[in-house]
Design a binder for this molecule. Sequence first.
Ligand SMILES: Nc1ncnc2c1ncn2[C@@H]1O[C@H](COP(=O)(O)OP(=O)(O)OP(=O)(O)O)[C@@H](O)[C@H]1O
Length: 313
Amino acid sequence: MDPILELSGLSKVYPGGLKALDDVDLTIRKGEIFALLGPNGAGKTTLIGAVCGIVRPTSGTIRAFGHDMASDWRQARSRIGLVPQELATDMFEPVRRAVSYSRGLFGLAPDPARIEEILRSLSLWDKRDERIMALSGGMKRRVLIAKALAHEPDLLFLDEPTAGVDVELRKGMWAIIDEMRGRGVTIILTTHYIEEAEMMADRVGIINRGKLLMVDEKDAMMARLGRTEAHITLAKPLASLPPEIAHFPVELEAGGTSLCYRGGDGTGKGKAEVAALTKALIVSGIDYTGIDTRESSLEDIFVSLLGEGEGAA
Ligand SMILES: Nc1ncnc2c1ncn2[C@@H]1O[C@H](COP(=O)(O)OP(=O)(O)OP(=O)(O)O)[C@@H](O)[C@H]1O
């Protein structure tokens, strides 16, 4: 593993006493897409702000590209890009000038060819001379990405890249993120959209109330915490669970008219077990009229983890 960013014991207490980050340890690997998932107010933006030098941590350390961000931030800062949630400045500027300016801010020499390439890849070339304020919301978001890419960062933060954008544009964003990954850029994105993490991320971190509850490979997380749920509607209600199927993780529901299976591990094992269960039902002479099977999603995992967090609090 090649760490590009290491957070250790990172905490942030805002004036007034709110603990927005609570002892966060996190290592980001070179070239990965890491999705930070959490509800409103979980601490995602604070975490990004701490790494990007916008928020001063209360305690803990941040090392980026081997540099300690408290003492030696200049070296690392120029290699980090940030796409914030909203455009704060530049509204009166034409697109190309605003993006070129962002490059200059980091002390890089002008490179019109590179700026053209970035604008073309984001389908903004035709709009290069338009004022940003005249663009649609989706285009403004793409300008934010262009600005962040203009200084060729190795580590890019995307704070809610697709919040409030339509499905079409969201897919476009995912394609852009994928292309950046292809160029070797390490990406940390925050999102409310579980589907986005499911689609894009190599690893997922779940944060709530400033605490990083879990970090894992997305596939491993789904395999470890995922479940299959099947509801089998019975032709005739059962008063009790027949011994022939008692070894399956099943229970009767809806007054004995339906059998509920909950098991498996998110890798398809559950589906095979449901198939075995239906065979056992037939052999035992128990008829059924329908089966509804569902694999749990990252969303189910997320919701149940947050539920546990609430309980513990
Ligand atoms: N400057 C500030 N002063 C005081 N409290 C703050 C400040 N900025 C953020 N907070 C609080 O810190 C907590 C974490 O906020 P943060 O913006 O990091 O969450 P988030 O996970 O990014 O939320 P969202 O998904 O809504 O953007 C929230 O309770 C927020 O109200």
